[in-house]
Every structure is written in structure tokens, then in C-alpha cells.
Ligand binder design. Sequence first.
Ligand code: ADP
Ligand code: G6P
Length: 480
Amino acid sequence: MNKTIIVSNRLPLQVSIHDNSLKVSPSVGGLATGMKSVHSEGNGIWVGWSGIPENELNPELSREVQNKIKKEKCVSVPLTSQDIEEYYEGFSNRALWPLFHYFMEYTNFEQKEWEAYKRVNEKFAEVVIDNLNDGDTVWVHDYQLLLLPQLIKEKKPNTTIGFFLHIPFPSYEIFRTFPWREEILTGMLGADLLGFHTYDYERHFLSSVKRILRLDVNFNEINFHDRIIKVDSFPMGIDYSKFHNAALKHHSDSYEKSELRTRLEEHLVDDKKLILSIDRMDYTKGIPNRIKAFEYFLDTYPQYKEKVRLVMLAVPSRSNVPQYQKLKRETDELVGRINGKFATVSWTPIWYFYRSLPFENLIDLYISSDVALITPIRDGMNLVAKEYVATRTHGNGVLILSEMAGASKEMNEALLINPNSYEDFAASLNTALTMPLNEQETRIKLLQKRLKRYDVEKWAEEFLKALKKTKEVTSNNITK
Ligand code: ADP
Ligand code: G6P
């Protein structure tokens, strides 16, 4: 039976060592959480990195890691500490990630890290090819593996290969500053179908292909080495029923409330409100901006003092990369300063958690919050915004969403804001906190309808269907 091989840098589970024994936890991030549901339903395998450097494992632990991973239908690509430093922390997260999110000042282009990026993409290619049978489909994900489609195509030209980018593709003016721009584009063009979250990212990609590689682009088709490659947008959905049903379960009378939920609800008396934000601790998410805007809001609308609380969950991420360390320091300082400025004996304006919480606690946060404040400076999609809406089983709640998140393209009923404008922030918070219940319900219901219809399963199905079709058309053309 033919299978689909999902390939991404990170597997849906992460292995770490604590007191000489292995700990397995779910991976955080839109790619892992979204694809996890797709993977668990299918008959395929998932190839990726376990989250641990191979050279830190003795043979016995290494076998244990392999076994744990195998149980989840995954196959690991062994990466050394040097690979992790140069390919993951280095090239992927200090060159590609900031560039693709328009943080030009954070980019660092190093030849040595580029070499590591090529080397590790080749390691991934080897593992994929070892696990590949005739007729299998390979679906490669995200910016860490932009060279992989071409590496597989060279060795296995008949394989059907799809590629999906989970982050923005920047405009040509940004992308053309990249030292290895031709190689990156050529690497991606090993795929038969390339998918992006939005039409804008797709357009930017096609424009770079046309202007940098000077290839024939006909609407959304590229003619390359006698192959027709298709490019399209597929806005990623969430596992809607998982989040919706979890929220229903948490609301049921028989459900025992967690301590977190009880503490959150203690605040929700006398018309007090909770405002929620959840992100990985990443500079693209606009965390310092949000805190400063919240300060501006409390200064501009003093009637909300002691009435609202911002609950901010920031999940640790890429903490060996200097910009992430700087962001963490800045966030700690800002939260401290603003809490110091406004706190009273009975009220702290910001509750800040810097840790990863279990799924059930995420649901507690979603269902207890009156407003979700999702305000990235730049974000490929943002699934947290969609998850918040899915958990609003009572129909109430308001989503404030940055126009710079891919999700804003399909979530018009949210209050859309420019995250660089404190005025916009403050006015939207005021609108959200005073919005009549019937208007909240109308907006939430419309959003839910769309999210339910186009969930992550449907998203994957449409991508794979389009991939199959592209491949059939290409094969027919070749045989003619
Ligand atoms: P990104 O992919 O940039 O991290 P998204 O908002 O698209 O941003 O995705 C974040 C994902 O991480 C969401 O699916 C969210 O549920 C998940 N997540 C956030 N915090 C946690 C956590 N503590 N544990 C597990 N998953 C989490
Ligand atoms: C984003 C990226 C993913 C990545 C995730 C978590 O969602 O698009 O590719 O896996 O962030 O980041 P990490 O560096 O921990 O894998």
C-alpha cells in the first residue's frame, strides 16, 4: 500500500533527558500541532528530528529514543550538536526565519552555516529515500528543508513531492537580498506542488521565481526542466472538533476544574474581564509591543484599572539564539515595569507565564478569557487565533487579531488591527470589552462555521488531492 511520508525538521514529539532518563513531550508550534492530527489518521510515517543531539546519547539511550519515536509512526534523522548549532539555530533561525518575517536587521548570513544547511538537508534526503517505496508521496514542510524537494527529485525523479511553507514568503525586494537565493528557489522547485498559507505569499514566491531564475511562469504554473510545477494557496486549518469538544468537556458539570481554571475564575467576578495572549516567545509575535500597548490602554482608559487582566502565556522557544534571549529579557523587564506601575494590593494587571502548559490548561485559558489578543508583527498563519474561536462553545468572546497574521485573511469577523499602532490596540480593546453579547455571538458563529468546514483534515486532503492531480497532468504530458 502506498504511503505518505511527512517530512519536517521537528517531529510532533520532542525527546529530552532528565536525570538520565528520557522524557517525551508534544512539540509546540503550528506545524507540529496541525500536522499531528493529519498524521495520526493516515497510514504514513513522519520523518524529522527528535529534539536531542545524537552525540549526547549512549547507544542504549539512542535505541530507546528510536523505539519511542517508532511507536508514534515516526523516523528520526540523527542530528549532532554541530548540526543543531549551525543548521537549526544558525541558518534556519538566524538567516531564513528573520528574513522571511521581514526582520532584516536580525539576519546573519554565514557561509559555514549555509554549508551546514546543505549538509543537513542531505541527511534528511538520505533518511527519506531509505524509507521510500515506489508510489509513495513525500510531503516536505517548512523553511528548514527548502533544499530537500530537489535533493529527493534528483535521486528519485518519479516520486510525487509536495512542499508547504508554514511561514510567510517575503516580497521579491526582501528575498533578493539573500545570498543563496537561486539555490533556495531551485531546491523548492524539486516539488510538484508548492503550497502557501495565503495568496500574497504565493504571489511573492512566483515573482521571485520569475525575476531571479527567469523562468516561464504561466498564471500559477512554472515550467522547469520539462516539468510543470504548480503553486497555490492553502490556508491551514485546525483540528476544530478536538478544540471544540475539549471546551465542551471542560464546561460540563461533571468535569473537575483545574487549579488554574479556579484561579482564573476568581478574577471573573463583578464584571471583571480576562484578556488572553498565547505565543511561542518569538520576536515576530509582537510581545513587547503588546505589553506597551496594554500600558497605553490603561493610561488612556483608566476606568479599566482593576477591571481587566492580561494573561500572557509565552512558551520558551529557540532559547540558544541571541535575539530570543534578548526578547526574553525585554519581556521580563516590561512586565515587571508595568505591573509595578499599576498594581494595587488586590490586582496585578499582567499575569505572565513563561513555560509550556499541558493541553488541558491551554483549554482552560481559552475558555476563561473574554478577549484574545493575538497581535504578531508578522506571522505566516497563527493557529492560536483559530483555536480560541473553536473553544468558544457559548458563542461569546472577542478575537482581536493583527492584520499581519495570515489568519486575518480568512477571519474578517475578528477585530483586525495594525499591531504597530497603540491607538488601534487601545480602541479595539475598548470595543471588545464593551461589545454587546449578540454581536459577539454573530461574529464567533460565522468564524466557527468557516473553521469547522475548512479544518486541518480538509486542508491536508485538498493539498494532497491537488498534488496528485498536478503529478498526473505532468506524467501525461511527458508520455505524450
Ligand atoms: P507558531 O507556529 O509560530 O508557534 P501558531 O499560533 O500557528 O504559531 O501555533 C502555535 C501552536 O502551538 C498552537 O497550535 C498552540 O496550541 C500550540 N501551543 C501553544 N502553547 C502550547 C503549549 N504550552 N503546549 C502545547 N502546544 C502549545
Ligand atoms: C513555527 C515553524 C515550525 C516550527 C515551530 C516551532 O511554527 O513554522 O517549523 O517547528 O515554529 O519552532 P521550533 O524551532 O521549536 O521547531
